[in-house]
Design a protein around this ligand. Structure first.
Ligand code: GUN
Ligand code: ZN
Length: 434
């Protein structure tokens, strides 16, 4: 067994910070170390203590003066949309129909899916993201390519073959039967292989017939422990069209509720325009509203009401995500930078501890994976990101006057991107520089 000691400044959250002064919410070690064995964190704490407990022949990696945190987690993105990013469209539905659906049709080809999968994981690692909840395309080939690459790299990923059987080009449609059989096949082939988790993934109500939603319901019944992911209440035209397609439903959220899709492992992308009734339904079922700041701004979808959702009498669980390719950056730092601005526009604050909590432990809790990822707790998988607040000349200049951890985090979030990521460890293996 090989043991590695990784030295640097350590930051990991115990719980959500209540304010910028809530230093009981996190553990910070100014000269800390992690002892890594078999891809798992065995010990974490002051360097001197962890070193004493380590085997004599331990190999040491010194990241001082950089900051070591749990790897970033992205709770919503689309792996077949890497070549859709930066497409010029008026709004969501135009963007989907003009660019996104045609592009996703290409993932029927194994060679294309495999090529993009390699590039996708390269980008994740370059940006310090070690776990993502991803949509593949409708084609099983895309899920196979995604999970094979994830397995090869030993990454913890959640992903699903998209189910969609209407309102898209022929090359991007399955049928209710196909979506059932192929989702089951993806589960059989990939769920629990390595660190792979399969999610039941009906794209959204507009692209699924009631018959396909019944299939999604059956799959959730059959596999109650799997994640479910879909889109909800992103854009006004999308909401109206959904209500036309499902006239019996009380509202958009009720469409999913009727098919048993709400629950503590259900991730709903966007949730910008929910009514109070819908927010109650989300809260009562423990469903997660996924905030996708760069995408919401890029597509002009609206301002996610983070505080209104989390501070209500029946709070809604939230997470944060890039939503590549509606989103405009792979970086969770940039994502939280835009989240900050969206809150500013609503007269609210997002303090830097809150942001870094969300990117790590908060998102791990949203995925119900906090026992494995999102913290530096002994026993966790050693997925780590190493951050340099002086990564660029402009950042280095600003860093000269940083005099607190809060300042440092805020600088990283506001000015940082992949260049601030010195190294990314996947299950203890340095993967960015590899
Ligand atoms: N709603 C349904 N599909 C999509 C998608 O691919 N991206 C976004 N942003 N919203 C969606
Ligand atoms: Zn999405």
């Amino acid at each position: 067994m090989t043991s590695t000691l990784i030295r640097g400044r350590l930051l990991s959250f115990h719980r959500e910070p209540q304010s910028i002064d809530d230093n009981a919410a996190y553990a910070y070690e100014s000269d800390g170390a992690l002892l890594i064995e078999d891809g798992v964190i065995r010990a974490a704490g002051p360097y001197a203590t962890v070193k004493t407990a380590a085997p004599q022949d331990v190999s040491e990696i010194d990241h001082r003066p950089h900051l070591i945190m749990p790897g970033f987690i992205d709770t919503h993105l689309h792996f077949p949309q890497m070549q859709v990013m930066a497409s010029y469209a008026a709004d969501l539905l135009e963007w989907l129909n003009t660019y996104t659906f045609p592009e996703e049709c290409r993932f029927v080809e194994t060679a294309h899916a495999e090529r993009i999968a390699v590039r996708f994981f390269d980008e994740m690692v370059r940006h310090g993201t070690t776990t993502a909840a991803a949509y593949c395309s409708v084609h099983k080939t895309s899920a196979d390519a995604f999970f094979a690459e994830s397995l090869k790299r030993g990454m913890c990923m959640v992903a699903g073959k998209v189910m969609m059987d209407r309102n898209a080009p022929q090359g991007l449609l399955d049928t209710p039967e196909m979506s059932y059989d192929e989702t089951r096949a993806v589960i059989a082939d990939w769920h629990g292989k390595g660190r792979n988790h399969v999610a039941i993934t009906p794209r959204f109500a507009i692209t699924s017939t009631p018959e396909q939603m019944e299939v999604a319901k059956s799959l959730v019944r059959e596999f109650p422990n799997l994640h479910v992911q879909t889109h909800l209440s992103e854009n006004r035209d999308e909401i109206s069209y959904t209500c036309e397609l499902y006239p019996q439903a009380k509202d958009y959220t009720d469409v999913y509720a009727r098919y048993g899709l709400l629950g503590p492992k259900s991730l709903f992308g966007h949730c910008i325009h929910l009514s109070e009734r819908e927010a109650d339904a989300m809260s009562e079922t423990g469903s997660v509203a996924v905030f996708c700041p760069t995408s919401n701004l890029f597509l002009g979808s609206g301002l996610f009401p983070l505080r209104a959702l989390t501070r209500r009498e029946k709070p809604v669980r939230v997470s944060v995500a890039s939503d590549i390719g509606g989103g405009t950056s792979y970086s969770m730092l940039k994502t939280l930078d835009e989240a900050y601005k969206i809150l500013q526009l609503q007269g609210e604050r997002l303090n830097p501890f809150d942001s870094f909590y969300l990117m790590t432990r908060g998102n791990a809790e949203a995925l119900a994976l906090v026992d494995r990822i999102g913290t530096l707790q002994p026993g966790s998988d050693a997925d780590l990101v190493v951050l340099d607040m002086a990564a660029t000349p402009a950042m280095a200049l600003r860093a000269e006057v940083v005099n607190s951890l809060a300042d440092e985090l805020f600088l990283l979030q506001t000015m940082g991107d992949d260049r601030a990521v010195v190294e990314t460890y996947v299950a203890g293996k340095p993967s960015k520089s590899a």
